[in-house]
Design a protein. Structure first.
Length: 168
């Protein structure tokens, strides 16, 4: 398996597993712990760093590293779509209802009126479906991957031979 494919699959599986940790612990519906979901960003950065270190050994230049990181993110994002759909349709079919309840609670604590809460929840609900959530996960993974690869590619790439070294 190529380093790009390996890193992409690793990225998708690790992010998917973290999503299930959030689910089985119930953290996703606790406003104080829901931000722990963003550990997926650290996972993606770590996997991209490892993956680009591997692809640098193949002799990739800066642009080659950005392409490799983008491909890693696309592969990971596809796996994440699968995990997300399993999460919201099979293992946690009440996910959206539970999220709405949590969101209503937050809005009530902010002192919003019932009319404001109804309007905000109605607007929020438009983006709450298994397929949309899965696509948001893919898009987030893709965008993060492109940006992080562009930064990491500056440091993690094939280096030209040292000018001080002479071949005989």
């Amino acid at each position: 398996m190529t380093p790009t494919l390996t890193a992409g699959l690793l990225l998708g599986v690790l992010c998917g597993v973290w999503t299930f940790v959030m689910g089985f612990t119930g953290w996703y519906k606790d406003p104080g712990k829901a931000s722990a979901f963003f550990v997926v960003i650290a996972i993606e950065v770590g996997v991209l760093l490892w993956g680009l270190t591997q692809t640098a050994k193949e002799g990739r230049t800066y642009s080659g590293q950005v392409v490799a990181g983008t491909l890693i993110s696309i592969i990971g994002g596809i796996v994440i779509i699968g995990f997300s759909l399993l999460f919201t349709t099979v293992f946690f079919p009440d996910y959206f209802t539970e999220m709405e309840i949590a969101y209503r609670g937050i809005l009530q604590k902010e002192g919003k009126s019932e009319a404001e809460i109804t309007a905000l929840v109605s607007e929020w609900s438009k983006g709450q479906s298994p397929i949309l959530q899965a696509l948001y996960g893919f898009i987030g993974t893709f965008v993060t991957g492109v940006v992080v690869s562009a930064v990491l590619g500056i440091w993690v790439r094939a280096r030209p031979a040292s000018h001080g070294a002479r071949s005989t």
